[in-house]
Design a protein around this ligand. Sequence first.
Ligand SMILES: NC(=O)c1ccc[n+]([C@@H]2O[C@H](COP(=O)([O-])OP(=O)(O)OC[C@H]3O[C@@H](n4cnc5c(N)ncnc54)[C@H](O)[C@@H]3O)[C@@H](O)[C@H]2O)c1
Length: 432
Amino acid sequence: MKSGFNRRRFLGAAGGVAAALLTTRLRASANNRMNCAVLGVGGRGTGLLSLALTIPDVRVAAVCDIKPDRLANGLDMVTKAGQPPAAGFGDRGPLDYRRMLESKDIDAVIIATPMQDHAPMAIDCLKAGKAVLSEVAAAMTVDECWALVRAVEESGRMYMLSENVCYYRDLMAVANMVRQGLFGQTTYAECGYVHDCRFLSFEADGSLTWRGKLATQFIGNWYPTHAIGPVAQWMGINKTDRFASLVAMNTPPVGRQQYAAKKFGPESPQAKMKVVNGDSTTTLIQTANGAVIDLRFDTSSNRPHRMTTYHSLQGQTASFQSLTNDIWIESRSPSYEWETMEKYLKEFDDPRWKEFAETASKSGHGGADFFVMKDFFDALKAGTPSPIDVYDAAAWSCLMPLSGQSIQSGSARVEIPDFTRGKVKLPEAKNS
Ligand SMILES: NC(=O)c1ccc[n+]([C@@H]2O[C@H](COP(=O)([O-])OP(=O)(O)OC[C@H]3O[C@@H](n4cnc5c(N)ncnc54)[C@H](O)[C@@H]3O)[C@@H](O)[C@H]2O)c1
């Protein structure tokens, strides 16, 4: 992807750290209408745009994409949904979105461009006074994570990470159980994003997509948030605990070349491309309270999948594993045997799922996508804190560069920064 960005340009640009008054300031019009823009309307952005068009009181006022056909399609979707025509941007190149940000009418920007551009774009949006819903991951370097935190603190605008897996129905029910104390102290979790995405590596002409570029250039777990998001919420990361350190290891890279050789021929440049990342990246994270998380990332291995993500949680008094849909709760289960999660879903279903399951069912990822959009605009309208704020976004996203740092230093233990800078008072570290 040609980004046109100088990634260094904004780092350190934000000076002293302002007091963290992370309230949402929305210039809502008298009738409470919220105007939003969608930046990047490829595969994901188109889905998010169609969802935004279903949220009451939301008007999509602008659409931006550098590809003319996608821009035209996005604009068309707005009018077909019965809304007034949206303004179109992107025809003047990769930085044209800044022209869009000059509009005083836009309250919020939904960012669904390639991952490499999320942080610079989000920071520009925040500085222009817009709230941001950013696709995953939030940032790709630790410096970007800090710059994003500063931009939110200094602008006072709402920032939400669009991590839809946190809204899976069963995972939200587990969160509810954790809140109600059924798990006791949470000590261990396994989670992974294991999804053969090799088919998304190449454009029709054989050149690399943004995913293909990441796979060939980036060492480490470059898609951590689907897996770590729900676990971080269960474990109270940035509330009662925090990520303290990690170690990571890679397998050898074989899957992508194998795929490219089949698709383009064994002598093709694609089959001979140098892949620097391993197929499977395993990261062990230790929290300040001593809990351990085993995080796996694999979008290259040759295998089918039932689910693209998996999550398990071990607590003092309960255990859950999503792949087998099993749960055991000491205070509830009749014997020392696994039970099916279905048995407890009704009782622990999140109230949002209870109320909106039917509407949500029309959206992607089992309905989870609907709740991301709803939560974002609900918080924006009410001026309540971001449902997945910049501190969570930074803590989850920094696992990308830090897993790479560990791998490149022989799986050495790497410290994980506290992006809240001690704002959340944590219990004394026990084991790190
Ligand atoms: N949460 C999820 O389940 C999920 C699923 C898929 C993708 N994603 C995320 O969504 C993002 C987009 O993924 P995708 O699969 O839609 O990619 P994509 O390549 O299909 O879409 C990206 C779009 O951004 C446009 N774009 C690129 N640079 C731009 C610029 N400077 N200004 C305006 N438009 C620009 C491209 O032309 C393209 O249309 C990625 O960050 C990805 O991680 C999330």
